[in-house]
Design a protein. Structure first.
Length: 651
C-alpha cells in the first residue's frame, strides 16, 4: 500500500485520477510516497501525481481521460480537444511534465547532499527522475492504430488496458519505472528523502526561530539561495494530517512538541486560499498569538487570517458591536470572567451575530474554559462548519471541570486524531521533564468525545544533557544564567533563539534588567507589543505560563527553589507549569536553584543525586546511566568555577 500524502476525498479529481490513486494504493508498497495535484517548488508546477521511492527515484505523471473521439489533433507540442464549448488547444501532456522535470532536477541539483560524487558523474543528481502519461480511456491498440506514438513516446505511456483490476504489483511497477529515460542504482537515506521533500514542498519547511513557524513564502523571481546543511521539515505523519484536514469539526490531541501549532499554521494558510470569509485563529496567551500572527503576515495572509488571544477577541467583539465592556476593574481573572459572560449574553440575545467566520482554529485548547468552546463553535459559518481544536491535557495549566466536546457544541466524533511523538525535545530533555512530571503524565484513556491524557514518546533525537545547578543565592543563579546564555549564543545565529522562563512577572523584570546590565540584549514578551519583541534580536524573557506553544534553541529556568508557588492551587498544577517550561527547549536546558523546595528536591533526585561533587573536577567520568539509559549530568557545587559548563555525556 503506497503512502498517499494527499487524499482525493473532496478534491475535484477526474474519474481517471481516482482510479490511478486507487491502483497505487493497492499495488505499490509503503516505501512509495505519492502526492496528488500538489504544487512543486517555488513556481508551484502541478503534475497530477508525484511518486518518490528511495531505491527508484522520482517520477512525475500526467493522467488524461481523453478519448480518441474527442482528440482532434496531437503533436509534440500541443493537443486539440473537442469540448462541448468547441475545440480547445492544450499542452502535450508528455512535454508538459517533461518541463516540470527539468525545473525539478535543476532545483534538486543545487543541493550538495543530493548530487553524486563518483568519478564521471560528479555534480549529477544522485537519484533518477522520469516522467510519463497515463491514458485511462485509450487502449494500447487504439494508441498504436492512431499513431499517437509520434507525439507520445510509447515507453512513457500507460494505456487503459494496462490498468485492469487483475494488474499485479510487479507489472505495474515495471511499467512505471520503464518511463525513466536514464536509470541507475539509487539508495536515498531517510535524510535525503527529507531533503527532496524540503525542496519540493517549501510550505512544509520549519524554522526554529520564533519569527515564523515556517520559512517565508519563497519568491520564484528571486535568485535561489544555497540550501542549508541542516533542515527541518514536517514528518510524513504530520504532512499527511495537515494536507488532509477537511471541513467539519476536528480535534487533534497532541503531546508537547508533536507539531500541533505547525499543523494549525499550515491549515490556516491553506484555508486562506480557499475561503472568502474571515478565518479566526484563537489561543489563550498573547505571546503565542503574536507568533502565529507573524507567521500569517510573512505568508501574505495577515488580512485574511485574524489571530487573537481569547480575551482580546471577546473585547473586540463587544467593541465591534457597540456593546460596553464590563465596568469592574478589579482582579484580572474577575474582569475576564465578566467579559466572557457579557459576550455570551450578547450572542444569546442576538446583539452579536453568529457564523461570522469561515473557519475557526483553536490552539492550546486545554487552557480554555468549556463554555468558551461553545462561543467559538457558534461563530463558525454553518456552510463550512470548519473548526479545528488542538488539545493536550498534560499541558493544561488551569483547573477545568471535566466535560465532553459534544456538550460544548463540538461535533468531532470520527474526526479525532492523536499525536504521541515529541519531535521538539531531545530524548534527554524529554526524559527529565517527564520524570519530573511523574504521575501527572500517566496515560488516561477516554471515549472519542472525551479528553484523554496522552504521555509523550520521544523520536530518539539526542543532544546535551540538561544542566541542574544549585547556587549560593539568587544573584549566583542569575550569574549562571548569564554565563549559560553567552556560551549558547556563541554557537547560534541570534540572541532571539534563547529564552529565560520564570514563574512571575516581577521575576521577568528582574531577569531582564540583570541581563541588560550584563550587556545582553533582553526583552519581555509579556509587554503589549509582543510581535515587535519576538522579532528583536534579544533574549526572550517571559513567564512559564506565557511560554505555551513557543520553542527556543536554549532555555534557562532559574529560581526553581521558589516552586511550587505558595499561591498555586496545587502542587500538581505547578508541576505541569514547570513541565511546560522544560519542554520549550529544542537542544539546551539549564535549571537553577538557591533554595530547598519540593521541586528542587525532585530535580536533584532525577539529576544524579549520588554524584554531587565538591568541585566540577570531581565529577566522575563516565557518568552513570539513568533508568532509561541516558547518562546523568553532574551537578556542580555552589563553589564551582564554571557552573554553566556543559558536561560531556558518557561514551
Amino acid at each position: 500500500m503506497a503512502t498517499l500524502l494527499t487524499s482525493l476525498n473532496g478534491c475535484p479529481a477526474t474519474s481517471g485520477e481516482r482510479k490511478i490513486a486507487s491502483l497505487f494504493d493497492r499495488l505499490l508498497d509503503e516505501d512509495y510516497l505519492c502526492w496528488y495535484d500538489v504544487p512543486l517548488g517555488a513556481r508551484g508546477q502541478r503534475p497530477d501525481f508525484t511518486l518518490l521511492h528511495p531505491l527508484r527515484g522520482i517520477l512525475l505523471l500526467e493522467v488524461k481521460d481523453w478519448k480518441l473521439s474527442t482528440l482532434l489533433k496531437l503533436d509534440r507540442r500541443q493537443a486539440t480537444l473537442q469540448l462541448p464549448s468547441g475545440p480547445k488547444r492544450v499542452s502535450n501532456p508528455l512535454e508538459q511534465v517533461r518541463q516540470y522535470c527539468y525545473v525539478l532536477s535543476g532545483l534538486l541539483q543545487r543541493d550538495p547532499q543530493l548530487v553524486r560524487q563518483d568519478d564521471g558523474h560528479q555534480g549529477q543528481l544522485c537519484l533518477p527522475w522520469g516522467h510519463g502519461v497515463i491514458l485511462t480511456q485509450i487502449s494500447r491498440a487504439q494508441f498504436d492504430q492512431a499513431g499517437l506514438g509520434e507525439a507520445l513516446n510509447p515507453s512513457q505511456v500507460i494505456c487503459k488496458d494496462e490498468l485492469g483490476e487483475d494488474q499485479d504489483p510487479e507489472t505495474l511497477q515495471s511499467r512505471l519505472w520503464g518511463m525513466f529515460t536514464v536509470a541507475f542504482p539509487c539508495q536515498l537515506s531517510p535524510t535525503q528523502v527529507d531533503r527532496v521533500r524540503w525542496h519540493l514542498f517549501p510550505e512544509l519547511r520549519l524554522q526554529s526561530s520564533q519569527q515564523s513557524l515556517f520559512d517565508d513564502a519563497p519568491d520564484p523571481d528571486q535568485p535561489l539561495a544555497a540550501p542549508p546543511d541542516l533542515i527541518r521539515i514536517m514528518d510524513l505523519q504530520q504532512e499527511q494530517l495537515a494536507r488532509n484536514l477537511g471541513d467539519g469539526h476536528r480535534v487533534i490531541h497532541g503531546v508537547a512538541g508533536s507539531g500541533k501549532t505547525m499543523i494549525l499554521g499550515y491549515r490556516a494558510l491553506q484555508l486562506a486560499k480557499l475561503l472568502s470569509t474571515p478565518i479566526l485563529v484563537l489561543c489563550f496567551n498573547k505571546a503565542l498569538a503574536a507568533r502565529l500572527a507573524l507567521q500569517m503576515e510573512s505568508h501574505g495572509a495577515g488580512a485574511r487570517v485574524q489571530v487573537r488571544h481569547f480575551h482580546g477577541w471577546c473585547a473586540e467583539l463587544l467593541r465591534r458591536h457597540g456593546i460596553a465592556p464590563p465596568q469592574s476593574r478589579g482582579r484580572a481573572d474577575e474582569y475576564h470572567e465578566q467579559l466572557v459572560a457579557k459576550v455570551l449574553e450578547a450572542v444569546t440575545d442576538g446583539r452579536i451575530p453568529t457564523g461570522q467566520y469561515g473557519a475557526i482554529l483553536i490552539d492550546e485548547g486545554h487552557d480554555l474554559q468549556p463554555e468558551w468552546f461553545q462561543l467559538a463553535a457558534q461563530q463558525v459559518d454553518p456552510a463550512t462548519q470548519s473548526l479545528l481544536l488542538l488539545y493536550d491535557d498534560a499541558q493544561s495549566l488551569y483547573r477545568r471541570r471535566k466535560f465532553s466536546f459534544s456538550s460544548v457544541g463540538i461535533q468531532a466524533r470520527g474526526r479525532t486524531t492523536i499525536l504521541r511523538l515529541n519531535y521538539r525535545n531531545t530524548a534527554e530533555i524529554l526524559h527529565t521533564a517527564a520524570s519530573f512530571a511523574g504521575s501527572g503524565l500517566t496515560e488516561q484513556t477516554a471515549e472519542e468525545d472525551g479528553i484523554p491524557l496522552v504521555p509523550p514518546q520521544s523520536v530518539g533525537r539526542h543532544g546535551p544533557l540538561p544542566l541542574w545547578r544549585e547556587c549560593a543565592d539568587e544573584a549566583a543563579e542569575l550569574a549562571a544564567v548569564t554565563a549559560f546564555l553567552r556560551e549558547r549564543r556563541a554557537s547560534l545565529d541570534s540572541w532571539g533563539q534563547l529564552a529565560v522562563l520564570v514563574r512571575t512577572n516581577a521575576d521577568c523584570v528582574k531577569v531582564r534588567d540583570h541581563l541588560q546590565r550584563a550587556g545582553i540584549p533582553a526583552g519581555l514578551l509579556a509587554q503589549k507589543d509582543a510581535q515587535a519583541a519576538l522579532v528583536e534580536d534579544s533574549v526572550k524573557v517571559l513567564t512559564l505560563h506565557a511560554s505555551k506553544g513557543l520553542e527556543f534553541e536554549a532555555v534557562a529556568i532559574p529560581f526553581v527553589g521558589r516552586l511550587p508557588h505558595p499561591k498555586a492551587a496545587s502542587v500538581e498544577d505547578e508541576s505541569r507549569v514547570l513541565y511546560v517550561g522544560m519542554t520549550r527547549s529544542l537542544e539546551h536546558l539549564l535549571l537553577t536553584s538557591s533554595q530547598d523546595s519540593p521541586f528542587s528536591q525532585r530535580l536533584r533526585t532525577i539529576l544524579a543525586p549520588e554524584q554531587y561533587p565538591t568541585t566540577e573536577a570531581a565529577c566522575p567520568s563516565p557518568a552513570s546511566p539513568t533508568p532509561s539509559g541516558s547518562p546523568k549530568p553532574c551537578a556542580s557545587s555552589k563553589n564551582a568555577a564554571a557552573p554553566w559548563k556543559t558536561p560531556k555525556p558518557a561514551a
